[in-house]
Design a protein around this ligand. Structure first.
Ligand SMILES: CC(=O)SCCNC(=O)CCNC(=O)[C@H](O)C(C)(C)COP(=O)(O)OP(=O)(O)OC[C@H]1O[C@@H](n2cnc3c(N)ncnc32)[C@H](O)[C@@H]1OP(=O)(O)O
Length: 430
């Protein structure tokens, strides 16, 4: 057997890209062979230096890809992120520290570049906490029992002067990017998208190798003719024994920048003849959907789980980038157990970002600076990520023993400063 130290972890060359993809498919339990069309599509994601591989001899046995991204902070500021994806270690080489080695290389490079956070969508909950990531947004999927919902199917047409039309993929590629830019600049936790996202969702490129079938696309335009919402959905062909239609409409994605667009698109989806069930796709946990229905119990939660994980790489820039509705100050001791100790700028270091910081925040802005004052709250860098996007409660984390109050009432102060009225949401899987 090859010794651990014989396995080389390094950026791959373009020539190694086919083998790297074979390892990627194998790790994700897909058929190993990657077709030519698929390979060409995936080449569009090749950024020199950002695809890591582990090589046992000349065989690729682990994959890791990162790319530049922006994630929206509370208040709407775009924050530089190192987005991580395509993480696999071949079953023959698991639990020998290969992921840890790839992660160490990537996060060190991201910190060096000046990225403020790293982001990922975790396949399994226990993998990434050890590297300082924390769950920062939640995803909820509802299944709507349409006949119980109580919406008037005779009046799916928006009553606000707006209208819904079906469009084709070309229209989606024209209208979608601008709509998403509007959405993500207003939605904490949302991330930037590259054109490839729209090309893959409209059948221009095929990244997965699965057979492409065209979905339906619905657009909502306001009374002024402005595009405020888009949805992609698919319908099945299921009929009951007594020749009654029992069809399901499954939403691939739905983006709305106004409540009117959101209401109109859901009403439309729940009013399509034959459709008895609507599956919402991955939504924000405080999506309007259930409460848009006269009977909200018609919308059952069928999936709810952690979604975007964040790893803070720069405490000062992360905390100064976001907005605060309340006014106050807080001394945070951030414990970072992972990564080679570096100068984080704070008095007591540790890992990539550990230290003690004084946050002064208010509606007019925030400042965050290293301090020697005693801490109000002690927390792991992963818990900081959960608090940063406004979703987690410091009071709750203190009850769980994951945040320690050094000053009585400090967790309440943290909640008053950091929590938000609407929950963060990341619409994307990446
Ligand atoms: C962002 C994304 O791409 S998410 C997709 C992640 N990929 C997958 O889930 C595909 C299937 N799984 C795999 O390929 C591998 O098991 C990986 C990538 C998750 C882990 O790779 P490995 O090289 O085995 O991890 P590594 O040996 O570095 O493990 C480091 C530590 O994490 C732990 N760990 C790793 N994976 C898991 C897991 N799935 N569940 C629990 N603990 C885990 C290890 O036990 C080890 O702990 P220890 O230091 O206390 O002994």
């Amino acid at each position: 057997m090859t010794r651990r130290t014989d396995i080389d972890v390094r950026p791959i060359t373009e020539a190694e890209f086919p083998d790297w993809n074979r390892a990627l498919n194998t790790g994700f339990l897909q058929p190993p062979a990657v077709g030519a069309e698929q390979l060409e599509a995936r080449r569009l994601q090749f950024v020199p230096g950002r695809l890591l591989g582990a090589f046992d001899g000349d065989r690729c046995v682990a994959t890791f890809r990162s790319f530049d991204q922006e994630v929206t902070a509370v208040g709407g500021a775009p924050v530089r992120a190192d987005a991580i994806s395509n993480v696999t270690v071949t079953a023959t080489h698991r639990r020998r520290g290969l992921l840890t080695r790839m992660m160490a290389q990537d996060l060190a490079a991201a910190k060096e570049r000046g990225d403020v956070v790293a982001t990922l969508i975790a396949a399994e909950y226990p993998i990434y906490g050890r590297y300082g990531f924390g769950p920062a947004t939640t995803m909820t999927e509802w299944t709507v029992d349409v006949p119980r919902a109580g919406l008037d199917p005779r009046r799916p047409v928006p009553e606000d002067g707006g209208r819904i039309d079906l469009v084709d993929g070309e229209d989606v590629r024209k209208l979608g990017p601008e709509l998403h830019e509007r959405l993500r600049r207003a939605q904490p936790g949302a991330v930037s998208r590259v054109d490839l996202w729209w090309q893959a969702r409209t059948g221009v490129v095929n990244l997965s190798g699965a057979r492409w079938t065209e979905p339906c696309y619905a657009v909502y335009r306001s009374a002024d003719g402005e595009v405020e919402g888009l949805a992609s959905y698919r319908t099945d062909d299921h009929w009951g024994d007594a020749k009654q239609p029992l069809n399901t409409a499954t939403v691939d994605w739905l983006e709305a920048v106004t409540p009117a667009a959101e209401r109109a698109l859901w009403h439309y989806l729940c009013s399509i003849d034959w459709v008895q069930t609507v599956k919402s796709g991955w939504r924000s946990p405080d999506d309007l959907l259930p409460d848009l229905l006269p009977d909200p119990r018609a919308a059952r939660i069928t999936t709810q789980a952690d979604w975007l994980w964040v790893r803070v790489l720069d405490v000062v820039r992360a905390l100064e980038a976001r907005a605060y509705e309340g006014q106050g100050s807080l001394v945070l001791e951030v414990v970072d157990r992972w990564g080679s100790p570096r100068s984080s700028g704070a008095e007591s270091g540790g890992g990539l970002t550990g230290g003690r910081w004084r946050l002064e925040a208010g509606p007019d802005g925030a400042s965050c600076a290293p301090t020697t004052e005693s801490a109000d709250l002690v927390l792991d860098v992963g818990e900081l990520a959960s608090l940063w996007l406004g979703d987690a409660s410091a009071v709750r984390l203190a009850a769980l023993g994951r945040v320690r109050e050094e000053r009585a009432g400090a967790a309440r102060v943290a909640d008053a400063l950091l929590r938000t009225s609407r929950r963060p949401w990341c619409p994307d899987m990446f």
